[in-house]
Design a binder for this molecule. Structure first.
Ligand code: ATP
Length: 298
């Protein structure tokens, strides 16, 4: 087999808390990560010439993403081939991009994860999922989670992962406004903020395990929204619109600016999708659902 395609699934944070700053300056987090069905497609092909090349097809024309050595796909391929002493091979990576970029959905990390898993399989390198995850953390703190997928508790700086039972396949509406949010700005302002309200991640974990949408919705929360939302009121507008259209909960993922709403019925989410598109508040809108993803196929 000379070519292999993997879906690279995006994530949302059903819960996101920041516990403090570590002596090395990194933030200590406690998050519930959740894979969604919205995905990029990553194809890895073995080619004759040595080295790594790639091309990107953007499904959203307004986004920009270079297919160069800064792309996390290329970084992942370099990292794995060098670790496996297989720099003798040539690889071409084709990426079809749908996940909003720099938007709190780990789009780059999941593409990197797909390259790790895809090349491992294509070249029969024999890495276990755990070994791939250990290597992948050098590319980014979220990459190990993207290799694992599903519902997970993420602690430490995001690299300490505990697999949780899969959340139900609830329908999710995703909307990304046409703004860029600096992750650095959000964390710095959180450090200075007073009277921060922290979500109950333990309670949420239990409610999700029980498959209880109402209780989960009440407990979902993102501590970073207390910084990002006042700075970018469009995020609050999108949340309000989703709630008016029947979302059980609507909140921001990661440091933003993407907002997601969870609906108990897909028809309601489709109706809300139409209203959100017509509102002009978002650049990208998708209806998707929670999923456990593919995991690392070996
Ligand atoms: P996280 O949720 O992990 O904070 P994010 O969703 O905020 O991630 P990404 O979409 O992963 O952000 O993009 C972050 C940066 O990484 C962007 O500035 C982008 O240019 C760069 N990048 C490199 N490779 C990729 C890729 N394959 N897909 C998306 N972004 C990439």
């Amino acid at each position: 087999m000379e070519q292999l395609t993997r879906n690279a699934y995006g994530k949302i944070n059903l819960g996101l808390d920041v516990l403090g700053v570590l002596p090395n300056g990194y933030h200590q987090v406690k998050m519930i990560m959740q894979t969604v069905d919205l995905h990029d497609e990553v194809t890895v092909t073995l080619v004759d010439a040595t080295g790594i090349t790639m091309d990107v097809t953007l499904e959203e024309s307004s986004a920009v993403l270079e297919a160069d050595e800064n792309n996390l796909c290329v970084k992942a391929a370099k990292c794995l081939l060098s670790d496996a002493n297989r720099t003798d091979v040539g690889v071409h990576i084709s990426l079809i991009k749908r996940i909003p970029i720099a938007a709190g959905m780990a789009g780059g990390s999941t593409d990197a994860a797909a390259v790790f898993c895809g090349l491992n399989e294509l070249l029969q390198l024999g890495y276990s999922q755990e070994e791939l995850m250990k290597l992948a953390v050098t590319i980014g703190a979220d990459v190990p989670y993207c290799i694992m997928g599903g519902t997970a508790l993420s602690e430490g700086i995001g690299e300490e992962l505990t697999k949780l039972s899969d959340a139900p396949a609830w329908t999710v509406l995703i909307g990304k406004p046409p703004i860029d949010v600096s992750t650095k700005y959000v964390y710095e302002h959180l450090d200075m903020a007073q009277n921060v309200i922290h979500p109950d991640i333990d309670g949420l974990q239990q409610a999700l395990a029980d498959g209880d949408l109402d209780r989960s919705a009440d407990l979902m929360g993102n501590v970073l929204a207390q910084v990002t939302e006042p700075a970018y009121p469009v995020i609050t507008e999108i949340k309000e619109l989703m709630k008016q259209e029947g979302a059980r909960v609507a909140m921001m993922t990661g440091s933003g600016p993407t907002v997601f709403g969870i609906f108990s019925k897909e028809a309601e989410a489709r109706q809300a999708e139409a209203v959100l598109r017509a509102s002009g508040l978002c650049q990208q809108v998708h209806v998707t659902r929670l999923t456990k993803g593919e995991g690392a196929r070996e």
